[in-house]
Design a protein around this ligand. Structure first.
Ligand SMILES: Cc1cc2nc3c(=O)[nH]c(=O)nc-3n(C[C@H](O)[C@H](O)[C@H](O)COP(=O)(O)OP(=O)(O)OC[C@H]3O[C@@H](n4cnc5c(N)ncnc54)[C@H](O)[C@@H]3O)c2cc1C
Length: 305
């Protein structure tokens, strides 16, 4: 089967690896618009046992990823300096770049070809997609595959009003923590967790009114970082916030009534986004990859064969 995948994120990479492993004669190519070593953001977190779903469907990948995960057992809520641990909420985290590097190696070892620096702009790209039995739109939340075919997929997209900005920090936290700080402009919330022995993700979220009152609309990137550092100074304990393409965004809650039409299927954030506060976007993207593989096995996936 000739499978062409648009997007080399967790969804596209996991699906490619599963299909190639199932049948080494499949001709599987991923087109990724970015270079091999580029990534945005810092770490991603998985809820407790979130990788367990991989055990049954891709034990090799499970064994490859598990040793690289940072794990902890508590969730902590911190309100103006008062810390409340909530037990029974285990989590595991990994740097996004490391996760992608491991997934590239895993997929390529199985025979998947990944073409970096290769954006696909339209489903009519006959050079790359011509003759494909299955075309996979795994190109993230702003997927053109979905946006150009909203009526066919039954798409809804609800832009949530809160603003958020994704930083990293060298402060290493001992648990996944939700920190709330009250300021003269309103409440600031940080979602933070360690994803390597030396680094943590630090995501700041505010209501739109707080964002406006604080003057972020007209603030430079450097001043924005300094402002957030000052709000969370006691939590950062002298460590800086580190920017990596960090800018204020709104969260698009994407939903589709249908995963596929003809021989085109959506996976991962292209199909449906998961809010960062539940830390499941990457897990869901990887679970999506398992779904169509099962469909195909039961001969119900919308591909030409
Ligand atoms: C602020 C924030 C924090 C998050 N925190 C977490 C977290 O803690 N835990 C978690 O599990 N998830 C988290 N997520 C979500 C997670 O990053 C995504 O859900 C996950 O990466 C989805 O994987 P994906 O493969 O569907 O899409 P993506 O990871 O977005 O990958 C899509 C790929 O497609 C490529 N692409 C796009 N357009 C094209 C094109 N036209 N041609 C070729 N290639 C293209 C992109 O370059 C990208 O590599 C967070 C997201 C955000 C925004």
């Amino acid at each position: 089967m000739k499978i062409r995948i648009i997007g080399g994120g967790p969804a596209g990479l996991c699906f490619a690896a599963l299909m190639q492993r199932e049948d080494p004669t499949h001709d599987v190519v991923i087109y990724e618009r970015g270079p091999r070593d580029a990534t945005w953001g810092f770490g991603v977190v998985f809820s407790d046992r979130a990788l367990e779903f991989l055990r049954a469907d891709d034990g090799d990948l499970y064994r490859l990823l598990s040793p690289h995960m940072e794990t902890w057992t508590n969730l902590t809520i911190a309100h103006n300096g008062t810390r409340i641990p909530v037990s029974g909420n285990g989590f595991a985290a990994i740097g996004r770049l490391q996760l992608l590097s491991l997934l590239y190696a895993h997929a390529e070892r199985l025979g998947v070809r990944i073409k970096f620096d290769s954006p696909v702009e339209t489903l009519a790209d006959s050079e790359r997609l011509g003759g494909a039995d299955l075309i996979v739109g795994a190109n993230g939340a702003a997927s053109f595959v979905r946006q150009d075919n909203e009526a066919r997929f039954g798409t809804t997209c609800d832009w949530r009003p809160n603003k958020f900005i994704w930083y990293g920090t060298s402060r290493v936290f001992d648990s996944l923590t939700l920190t709330f700080r009250e300021t003269g402009h309103g409440v600031f919330c940080a979602h933070h967790y360690r994803y390597s022995p030396a680094m943590s993700t630090f995501l700041v979220e505010v209501e739109e009114e707080t964002w406006k009152r604080a003057g972020f609309e007209r603030m430079s990137a450097a001043d924005t970082t300094a402002y957030c550092e000052s709000v969370f100074a006691r939590d950062l304990d002298g460590h800086p916030l580190l920017s990596n393409n960090s800018y204020w965004r709104n969260f698009p809650a994407v939903w589709n009534e249908r995963w596929s039409f003809d021989n085109v299927v959506l996976l991962g954030d292209a199909l449906r986004t998961a809010h960062f506060s539940i830390g499941s976007g990457t897990r869901l993207a990887m679970e999506d990859a398992i779904g169509p593989k099962r469909w195909r096995c039961s001969r119900s996936v919308a591909c030409r064969r």
